[in-house]
Design a protein around this ligand. Structure first.
Ligand code: ZN
Length: 251
């Protein structure tokens, strides 16, 4: 089965459409959360996400926007964006967002995989460094965990020896590109497809990934998108300016 993995779209419709336009052929779509928050197209992105598939994990911004989390845990910019999102989501979309399940989420046809937003231990935990990944890799109930939340594309792995990590080595900064990584047997993985709508690894291009369960190949993808249009929407919505400028820097 070919699983398209999208995460941290953050209401960036232009980035989402660009990803779907170049996405390799796939059988199912799994969404790892933070559908909304920061960007200015929450209804469009939520409705498009809902129509794409049926496997979702809730993110902290989904919880915040739908009133399931205290905003004082957020920095001021994220808090403002969450309030704006709550005010602008249609009632039926708010209701749908409230019902997105907490991870880990499992799919019957994919027995060796689980899906989380932050980590299998804590849905809000950031797995940024190799150190952060050691415990989740050890206790994970499946060999492969797909996660998001950090907006950093790449993977961590452990085969009983020293754990290690991998970041896709892209060649350009302006073109659509893919990099493949084959998962080995008897190894545990935490794989992050990166953020569709607000990358933070210094590469402004929208990020996502595809996993083929038969070949065990992860295809990491990056694509340019309508950055200016996404920024203009943020500014026109009177959301904090920083949310527009950071998209260009990929930070
Ligand atoms: Zn996020």
């Amino acid at each position: 089965m070919r699983v398209l993995l999208i995460s941290d779209i953050h209401a960036n419709l232009e980035a989402m459409e660009a990803c779907l336009a170049i996405a390799p052929e796939h059988d199912v779509v799994v969404n790892l959360g933070d559908i909304v928050g920061y960007g200015a197209s929450p209804n469009e992105v939520l409705e498009r996400s809902r129509d794409l598939g049926k496997t979702f994990v809730r993110g902290n911004h989904d919880k915040a926007a739908s009133g399931q989390m205290e905003l004082r845990d957020f920095n001021p910019v994220a808090g403002l964006a969450a309030l704006w999102t709550r005010e602008h989501l249609k009632p039926e979309n708010l209701e749908w967002l409230r019902n997105v399940p907490q991870g880990p989420v499992r799919v019957a046809e994919l027995p060796e995989i689980q899906f989380v937003h932050g980590s299998p231990i804590d849905e809000d935990e950031y797995v940024v460094t190799l150190d952060d990944a050691v415990e989740p890799l050890t206790i994970a109930s499946t060999a492969i965990t797909f996660f998001g939340h950090t907006h950093l594309q790449g993977l961590f792995f452990s085969n009983g020896n020293a754990p290690d990590f991998y970041r896709p080595p892209y060649k350009s900064i302006g073109k659509a590109e893919t990099v493949q990584f084959k998962l080995r047997p008897n190894t545990r993985y935490m794989v992050n497809p990166g953020s569709v709508g607000q990358p933070r690894d210094g590469d402004w291009r929208a990020a996502f990934a595809l996993f083929d369960t038969e070949t065990r190949m992860v295809t990491f993808c990056r694509t340019p998108y309508g950055l200016k249009s996404a920024q203009d929407r943020i500014l026109a919505a009177n959301l904090p300016q920083r949310l527009a400028t950071r998209l260009a820097a990929g930070r």
